[in-house]
Design a protein. Sequence first.
Length: 339
Amino acid sequence: MKFKIAAACISIAAVFIPAIAWSEATQTTQQQNVHSPKTSATSTKLSGSQWLIKMANSIQQLNYQISLVVNRPSADTVPFLWRHGVFDNGVTMEQLNILNGPGKEYIRVNRVISVFEPDAAPYSLMSNLIDGPIPSQLLLSPLALQAGYEFIAVGRSRISGRVAQQIRIISRDNTRYSYQLWVDEETGIPLKLNMLDLKGQLVKQVQVSQLQVTEQPDPYFSRINHAMLPAVSTPTKTSHQHGWRVAYLPAGMREVKRNTHRLAVTGQVVEYAMLSDGLVEISIYVMPSASDDMQNNLYRHESKTLLTIVEGDVQVTVIGEIPPQTANKIATSLSTGVP
């Protein structure tokens, strides 16, 4: 038996999100302590892809401490502290700390990331880079994003008192938000990242306020007791076979995870899939509808879209930092069986 979920009729009201006014004049007063080779004049003529490669090499090879903030319209600013160290024995370490509220800290030693947060037991997982305010795929392997995005070098600018190169990152099929990225011309470190909606309005901004690149790793790393870091958690695998597939995927996007689990709040058992293009992750939940009178629902919060559609006894929910139109095309493309 095979079914196709009918397209939901969704009226999407125009959403106006005012851009964040950012005073770069204030940023220029902050002191920078950078020790790295000067950029040659010819490097300013690099293509967008070449600047991203330079950024990826710098992120993985340099010792740095970065203070940055994440701004969203109508939301509080969230400050972060980000450290990275490369040691003579080949070990790399990284720390990301959320500075507001109760706090949350990530510590990476090579490919093991340990997570510490209030009122929860610490745990560890395997990954090459902490997934912080700037997507890790962009920092590690930017060229892997070329199937879904185009990189355009715009030219020189000035960010936080430093000379930077601006690169535009544009969705090839116009199904996702676009980005403006500023890379420090001297060190290759990212200084600023804007996420823009389909109308070109700002929905999220990551801004570096202070950058230090040093010859030696930060002394903070020497105080970490490696023996006290939690062991790596092994996820439980399930042999459940899902009877549905996603027929529509934006360019460069693929399914990276699929499982069946129980929602923590309601206890409802759901079938779950995650899609990713390296910059954006989209969650899909499929479950029986709770009642016969459930309605389709669209909710937007900042840059995130939450769309629920109901067809018969099936409820599909799509959540991600994508335009509502794209969420609808994904949700309505689900069908049972195999291609």
